[in-house]
Design a protein around this ligand. Sequence first.
Ligand SMILES: [Zn+2]
Length: 430
Amino acid sequence: MTILLIDLDGTLTDTAHEKFKPFKDGLEETNLEEIPLIPGAKEFIQDIQKKGYEAIIVSDSHPNYVKKIAEQIFQLEYISLCDKPNFGKAKQYLIDRCFDTVGHPHINTDKDSFFVIGDTWLDIEFGRALNVATILTNFYSASGEENRDGIGQDWKHLKSGATYFVNKFDEIHDILLNPLQNLLAVEGIFQNQNTTKAVRFKTTKYPERFIAYRTLGRQQAGECDKFAVADKYFEFQRADRTQETLQKLGKATSNFLSFVMQSMPNVTWDYFTFVSDKKTTQPPNKLSELFDSVETTITKQKFILWTEEIEGSIRNQKDYKSRKEFVDKHIFLSNETDLQGKNIIILDDQFTTGGTAYSICGKFIEKGVKNIIFVTLFYLITTVESERVCPHCGTKLQVKVNRNKGTRFLSCVPQKYGGNGCGNFIENIV
Ligand SMILES: [Zn+2]
């Protein structure tokens, strides 16, 4: 039995606009005739029910509003006033729903059988806190007036780290049928699947060119579904990384490159290159070893070079601006090849602020390069808080991942590591 926890506003109903707020807050009686549905929503719900999936609406809105829509339009059960991303209320509901009074499950409660579906970062962080797979929907385009949570915060909904991204209801059916085959390329390879998916961070189209930023795996700093790959990210950074992991990361990159070539038959990719390692980078040749293991018919060539004198490390530059300045100053491109009018794909290990990517793409454009895809193996997704609080100071604990072992632990994160806790509590998660 698969159970879908589906958000209401913006996912099934097109009600992100301010004018629906009095209904959603329960201040006015909801008039169903005024509630626009996302096209295909009703058919989608009927279809999944026919296929034997259970669906539950999970909404932050008022019970009067949610009940009316859930029961009269969709014939679904619902949880209202959820206060996502907090999951206490939903979890209790599911426990009551899935277990009998003496605690025996009467339906399958395996975490693999749950999916959270929604259009905002609140839905995704809610799902991650429950450790289940999440599907971020993009069924409507937000206007300035609409109140879509997270709009205006740069990439907030992408950085919340959904397992899957969809633009149409149909794509959800395929994910439910083939969850492993729809994973991001780097996450799929560690489930022994040759997948080609990437997070489409940003695509900038100009009359004469496009620049696309893509990433192939999530580096989680907290609760997540089991597919995220922070442990592989940390292994990749270590000198004792295994050949097997390197080969798999190379294979995931190859899979993505094949997909790019197939999906854009009109673009000839002239070069595949990488953000090369500084002499001082540990492990040495961190990225070039990976680059060498990528199999592709695109010509591989090294273009990116570091200046001899480098003060500091990119890792110590915390924000977008200082990272970009650091790269602007210390990276240059080799002059050996004429890049005028060429199309190029650039590989890097991690996407954090975007500063490195923007700076490097700018340098290629100065050389006359046409289209660019900047792809990274990993991107850092947001931290999700635990529901537990620190026994010393009452701050919500965060789930962290140990850099060396990949194990998870609860921490009262102090200010110097970006939290607001006392720093006096750590507990391993078994
Ligand atoms: Zn504390």
